[in-house]
Design a protein around this ligand. Structure first.
Ligand code: PEP
Ligand code: MG
Length: 946
């Protein structure tokens, strides 16, 4: 079979001779230039390893940790990792390999053969079979491909059967291998119009023909497996026109190529985009000696977490299947057993597993997600990685591990991903509604939270429904990684089969999606597009609800209630405040306070919003949009009157009606703030936003103001602008109508004076919007300073205040040194700064955002996550120039980016004093700011060490 001659052939030559030639040349050049041979293969086994856990960039997470587990003496089957550099080479060189790879792989196989006492492709004695798995730097569960039992053919299957004296097992392995290899490497997959995987169809047909009923795979006999192998091979021939490859080295090269190829498959691309994993990282390939969980009743395979990744409890958590290989557990085809029952089923390996659990947590100081196999009573570890977890679990793990002295409090902060924190604030079902609802089925609670939505039975339709604005629940028999897009679109995911550790459940949890798995009582009919539970039939588009904390499935739409954290913080609910989740959250925020350099303010327009934000730890207001104060009740009428006025007197009369409203609001806000700063922005939006545009509104306003409707129509038409976002807005309003600025300044300062008189400290910061020229600022600031003086003398009270500006147009950033001569602070208005720097309307991105993200023009929506490369330069310039003129200038940000974790990190790094965001995002920003400070401190310490 695997003749020496063939095995020695470089893979590159076999795959693509022409491209290989140039690849060879390139690598030869590389060699002479560095005069050092590049190492592509890293072996491990029998307590020794070339690599270690710190080499994730080169070996991928899986490879690095297999090496690390080997080094610390855990029972790991031997193997080798083909480094991520080979993946880079593969894509840079028309999918060919470096010339020296083959020889390094051969050495790797020899090492395995020596340790295992078996030979790759041995048709006489025990053959060495291998597993081929992907392994990126960051784990991407289920996104890429795996091939098990590689090395089997018509001859080695016989030697395997003879050596193990287990014919059924040998043929089971062979059948599995053809199926996996056929699917992954040879592309024998569901064709268009087919509902089921072709290999599965062959199995199902065989089972029904032979047994006339559903039987589980482990009940298939040796003869059944032989027959299936025959049928599988025929299927491969029919679909590919070629026979199944018999040479183990051909098989190995093909498998490695498929794993590298899977780095660019659709689901891997979608996953990378979601989690910001650069395509340039590439994946490694791990080739590992097979150990077998499918040899009989004393064998099995499992996946487990050292603690519960859904709720964070310090309980060993996972699943296994007796007489099965690892893929059976994660694929969700058979519903696995809870790992707690393994103690009774296989006591010795279970005890060993418990020891491994402790060793791993101590060594990695984090919760591990492990894969193991028991072969005839002996435990083997196949993988360990930091476990994906819900936000609730992250919080509990981090709190518990500090108590257990496994980590310090700063590490605890880093263990809570800022972008996941919002999950903790997500709603739960209204308890009264749940009490009334009938539970139609119960599955496994795989992703906590409450979700109601219209059901859709495939990912594509779920995505379309979400795009139409519907709340979606994705319902599948078992989810596969192909469903990723649908899962992203859905509020929650419900499956009728599969366990909590299926790949889909892992991904759902990480995304913070509510998930119920393996709800056996739910019947799904893909053809009829119906879901039946407890006799009730639901059609696509009907509402269902799932509780990912209890695993319960309900019909219809249930009301949701706020999370304990919201109830505790916002409403002061005592029961909520007594929960462990609430206490953990508060502790985390306390530590953030200790770690952070940058403070977090809020964007708030009302006393109530301010109160909530302060309860979340905001240190003042970073932006009050004064125009929002005119939306309420009949304030809009006075505002419209002001806008429609054609004479100064008429405008002043209308403004005098607005003044008391504004003063009252500011008084409320200053009172809540108790001396914390409030940045209040003068009127900013294009005036037409306030105008009545419909006939009905125009008639109504004409009546209220006692003018002819024609007058209003004419004025609306006069005020029309072709591009209002770049038109008469921001400080341009106050410059054209200084009386508006005067009124607003008066309202602010009169309120400040009134509150100061009550012995409550006030700190108003008046902010001039959309400044691009120093003169614009100066004109407005002059009015503000004059009014401040007047009010202080009229009210006979003194208070501190500042006047500053927003930096939100590129000219403002570029001339920040001039503007800072009189401006006491800058706040970056990154919504407008992004709009004007990119030349993209902040309100009109719908038509091209998706193609821009899909084609990697944008890594992320630049209105959500700061474009640090472009807009970031403007900010850096303004910071430097502002400080040049006024070294102590106060700098902050109040655009939407102030609540986005990545953008917060950028703000920390450029040295802003604060970020400002909406009240409910304050905790997220606090966490991100604290993390940025800790990482900076650690990087500085590491640099000092060097
Ligand atoms: C901004 O432009 O970033 C900003 C905060 O102002 P607004 O969103 O009100 O234009
Ligand atoms: Mg703006």
């Amino acid at each position: 079979m695997a003749t020496k001659k063939k095995a020695a052939q470089p893979a590159a030559k076999k795959t693509a001779p022409k491209a290989a030639k140039s690849a060879v040349k390139k690598s030869a050049v590389k060699k002479t230039a560095s005069s050092k041979k590049v190492k592509y293969v890293y072996t491990w086994g029998a307590g020794k390893a070339d690599g270690n856990g710190g080499m994730k960039a080169l070996l991928g997470g899986k490879g690095a940790n297999l090496a690390e587990m080997t080094r610390i003496g855990l029972p790991v089957p031997p193997g080798f990792t083909i480094s991520t550099e080979v993946c880079t080479y593969f894509y840079d060189n028309s999918r060919t390999y470096p010339v020296s790879l083959q020889a390094e792989m051969e050495a790797g196989v020899k090492n395995m053969e020596k340790i295992m006492g078996a030979k790759f492709g041995d048709a006489k004695g025990m053959p060495l079979l291998v597993a081929v798995r992907s392994g990126a730097r960051d784990s991407m569960p289920g996104m890429m491909d795996t091939i098990l039992n590689l090395g089997l053919n018509d001859e080695t299957v016989l030697s395997l059967a003879a050596a193990t004296k287990n014919e059924r097992f040998a043929w089971d392995c062979y059948r599995r291998f053809i199926q996996m290899y056929g699917d992954v490497v040879l592309g024998v997959q569901k064709a268009e119009g087919e509902d089921h995987e072709p290999f599965e169809v062959v199995i199902e047909t065989f089972k029904h023909e032979t047994y006339h009923k559903d039987i589980i795979d482990s009940d298939l006999t040796a003869d059944d497996q032989k027959e299936l192998v025959k049928r599988f091979k025929a299927l491969v021939k029919e679909r590919t026109g070629k026979g199944f490859p018999t040479n183990p080295w051909d098989q190995l090269r093909g498998a490695a190529g498929a794993v590298f190829g899977s780095w660019m498959n659709d689901r891997a691309i979608v996953y990378r985009r979601k989690y910001n994993i650069p395509a340039a990282w590439g994946t490694a390939v791990n080739v590992q000696a097979m150990v077998y969980g499918n040899t009989g009743e004393t064998s099995g395979s499992g996946v487990a977490f050292t603690r519960d990744p859904a709720n964070g409890k310090n309980e060993f958590w996972g699943e296994y299947l007796i007489n099965a290989q690892g893929e059976d557990v994660v694929a969700g085809v058979r519903t696995p057993e809870n790992v707690s029952t393994l103690k009774a089923a296989l006591p010795k390996p279970y005890a060993e597993l418990m020891k491994v659990r402790t060793i791993l947590e101590k060594h990695f100081t984090d919760v591990q997600d492990i894969e193991f196999t028991v072969q005839e009573g002996k435990l083997f570890m196949l993988q360990t990685r930091n476990g994906k977890r819900t936000a609730a679990a992250s919080l509990k793990f981090s709190m518990d591990m500090v108590k257990e002295k496994l980590i310090d409090w700063e590490t605890a902060i880093l263990r809570n991903p800022a972008e996941q924190l919002e999950q903790l604030l997500a709603p739960i079902f209204d308890l009264a509604d749940v009490a009334k609802a009938k539970t139609l089925a119960t599955g496994l609670p795989a992703g906590p939270g409450a979700a109601s939505g219209k059901i859709y039975l495939n990912a594509e339709r779920a995505v379309l429904a979400e795009a139409r604005g519907e709340k979606v629940l994705l319902v599948r028999t078992e989810t596969s990684p192909e469903d990723l897009r649908g899962m992203i679109a859905a509020e929650g995911i419900l499956t009728s089969k599969g366990g909590v550790s299926s790949h889909a459940a892992l991904v759902a949890r990480q995304m913070g999606k509510v998930c119920v798995c393996g709800a056996g009582g739910v019947e799904i009919d893909y053809d009829k597009k119906t879901v039946t539970a407890a006799g009730k039939v639901f059609k696509e588009g009907d509402f269902m609800s799932i509780d990912g904390t209890s695993g319960k499935v309900f019909g219809g739409e249930l009301k949701t209630a706020p999370s304990e954290i919201i109830s505790g913080i916002v409403s002061g609910d005592k029961a909520a405040m007594a929960t462990e989740k609430f206490k953990g959250f508060q502790q985390l925020m306390k530590w953030c306070e200790q770690a952070t350099r940058m403070s977090v303010r809020t964007n708030a327009d009302t006393p109530e919003q301010t109160r909530i934000a302060l309860a979340f730890g905001a240190k003042g207001i970073g932006l009050t949009r004064t125009e929002h104060m005119f939306f309420e009740g009949d304030r809009i009428d006075a505002m419209r009157e002001m806008i429609l006025a054609t004479t100064l007197e008429a405008r002043k009369a209308a403004l005098s009606k607005l003044l008391p409203y504004q003063r009252e609001d500011f008084t409320g806000i200053f009172t809540v703030l108790k001396g914390l700063p409030a940045t209040i922005r003068l009127l900013d939006p294009p005036l037409h936003e306030f105008l009545p545009h419909s006939k009905e509104q125009q008639n109504d306003l004409a009546k209220k103001l006692g003018v002819k409707v024609e007058t209003i129509i004419q004025r609306v038409s006069d005020l029309h602008e072709f591009n209002p976002m770049l038109g008469h807005r921001g400080c341009r309003l106050g410059i054209a109508y200084p009386e508006i600025t005067e009124m607003q300044a008066r309202a602010i300062f009169e309120a400040a004076a009134d509150v100061a008189k009550k012995k409550i400290k006030v700190k108003p910061e008046v902010m001039i919007p959309l400044v691009g020229f120093k003169k614009e600022f100066d004109l407005q600031a002059e009015i503000v300073h004059r009014v401040a003086k007047e009010v202080m003398s009229e009210k006979k009270v003194k208070f501190e205040y500042q006047v500053g500006t927003m930096i939100e147009v590129p000219r403002g950033a570029l001339t920040a040194d001039q503007i800072a001569e009189n401006a006491e602070f800058f706040s970056f208005g990154t919504n407008d700064l992004t709009q004007t720097a990119l030349g993209i309307s902040r309100d009109d991105m719908g038509a091209f955002l998706l193609p821009y993200v899909e084609n990697d023009v944008f890594a992320k929506n630049p209105f959500a996550t700061l474009d640090t490369t472009g807009v970031g330069q403007l900010i850096e310039t303004a910071v430097a120039k502002g400080r040049q003129t006024r070294p102590d200038i106060k700098l902050g940000i109040c655009g939407e980016h102030g609540g986005d974790p990545d953008s917060v990190v950028f703000c920390h790094n450029v040295g802003l004093a604060y970020v400002s965001c909406s009240p409910y995002r304050v905790p997220v920003a606090r966490l991100a700011a604290a993390q940025a400070a800790i990482l900076e401190k650690r990087a500085a310490a590491a640099a000092k060490k060097k």
